[in-house]
Design a protein around this ligand. Structure first.
Ligand code: FE2
Length: 368
């Protein structure tokens, strides 16, 4: 850990010289806002107690000192001293925007490089934090991973899901079991081919999803997965203009049925404030109507045509007939899924999880 060799009390800022020779500058008001002493920051709730807007704009320090690994500041305008751990200050040696995504880098893959399929034994997931961490890290890096050796029952599958996070209540219920009977007004409940798509384009928090085939007797029905981030990379390579269109045009999604009308909107390729691609959304069936000026509208369809061509290219896809015992967890921000047409009888179960809860679990496992 970095240590401090010198503290400087400037009128505007605290200057810190680190043991590697670098220096940092912290505005006094920022230090007051981020003080870690109990009066400023609640040690149990981890919430700020400082009433930030009431801190004088021109707050300055009377004295600064290093005490037991903390920087202690006495203020000209306040009776109580403030305390900030050196370790905390060292996280902000230079100004930075905090990254809120878990620190798992995406691994780009295609039909060749995805095998052997990322997977983790069910017993490891259920019995050890290492097993759960392994499974979720694979989902975070590749967009999906199998749990293998899952007892082919709805009860065991639900227990597996609850090991990750709580089940989302949605229009489809909580934990579901289904066959091709159109029990809900959605093509997922039929046996026709489903092209590459993401679920939840109509949701502000498109879900992480688990599917487990409990029973299948028939022909076809291969599951497909495609790495959305790799699709994006290919589009950038082949046509930067289309990449720009897909990154900027707001595409509304909607779900009308079962007593609901849900809507949300974002570009197909959504980037964060750092310009990093964070989410790919595409569901042709659930796209709500919108009209752009004529040239832009036609260019949007051109971009979608290329996007669709790459997304449904078998050279980009993982294809596999899911067998009972193989539960597939996948991230609708990171992969698109589909299914070939099938005949016969098939019974599936699964659930949606909130994406934010999946992210939380990754952070918790990483910091344990
Ligand atoms: Fe789907």
């Amino acid at each position: 850990m970095a240590t401090i060799t010198e503290l400087g009390n400037d009128p505007q800022v605290l200057t810190v010289t680190w043991d590697d020779g670098s220096t940092s500058r912290y505005p006094w008001i920022w230090l007051r806002d981020h003080a870690h002493d109990e009066a400023s920051f609640h040690p149990v709730t981890n919430q700020r107690n400082v009433h930030t807007a009431a801190v004088p704009r021109d707050i300055t320090a009377k004295e600064v000192s290093l005490v037991d690994g903390d920087v202690r500041i006495s203020w000209t305008s306040e009776d109580e001293d403030s305390v900030l751990p050196v370790a905390f200050l060292s996280e902000f040696k230079t100004p930075k925007v905090v990254r809120t995504r878990p620190p798992v880098e995406p691994v780009l893959w295609d039909a060749e490089t995805i095998f052997p399929t990322p997977s983790t034994p069910y017993d490891d997931i259920m019995n050890t934090d290492e097993g759960l961490r392994d499974w979720l890290t694979k989902v975070a890096s590749h967009g999906f991973a199998l749990a293998v050796g899952v007892p082919p029952t709805a009860e065991a599958t639900e227990e597996l899901i609850r090991r990750v996070a709580y089940v989302r209540q949605s229009i489809f219920g909580g934990f579901w079991e289904f066959t091709a009977d159109l029990a809900k007004q959605d093509t997922a409940y039929t046996n026709v081919e489903l092209l590459s798509h993401t679920d939840g384009t109509y949701s502000n928090d498109a879900p992480v999803q688990l599917l487990h085939c409990l029973y299948f007797e028939g022909e076809g029905g291969e599951s497909t997965m495609v790495d959305s981030f790799n699709v994006a990379a290919k589009i950038k390579e082949r046509n930067p203009e289309y990449y720009e269109i897909l990154s900027t045009v707001q595409v509304p999604g909607q779900y009308i049925g079962d007593g609901s009308h849900l809507m949300s909107s974002r570009p197909v390729l959504r980037h964060d404030h750092n310009g990093e691609l964070v989410q790919v959304s595409f569901n042709n069936g659930d796209r709500a109507p919108f009209l752009l000026p004529e040239d832009e509208m036609v260019r949007f369809y051109d971009a979608i045509r290329l996007f669709d061509e790459i997304s449904n290219d078998p050279a980009m896809q993982w294809r596999h007939t899911l067998a009972p015992g193989e539960a597939m967890l996948f991230d609708n921000w990171h992969v698109m899924h589909g299914r070939m047409a099938y005949s016969g009888r098939r019974k599936l179960c699964g659930a949606y999880l909130n994406h934010e809860d999946f992210e939380s679990q990754l952070r918790m496992l990483g910091t344990k």
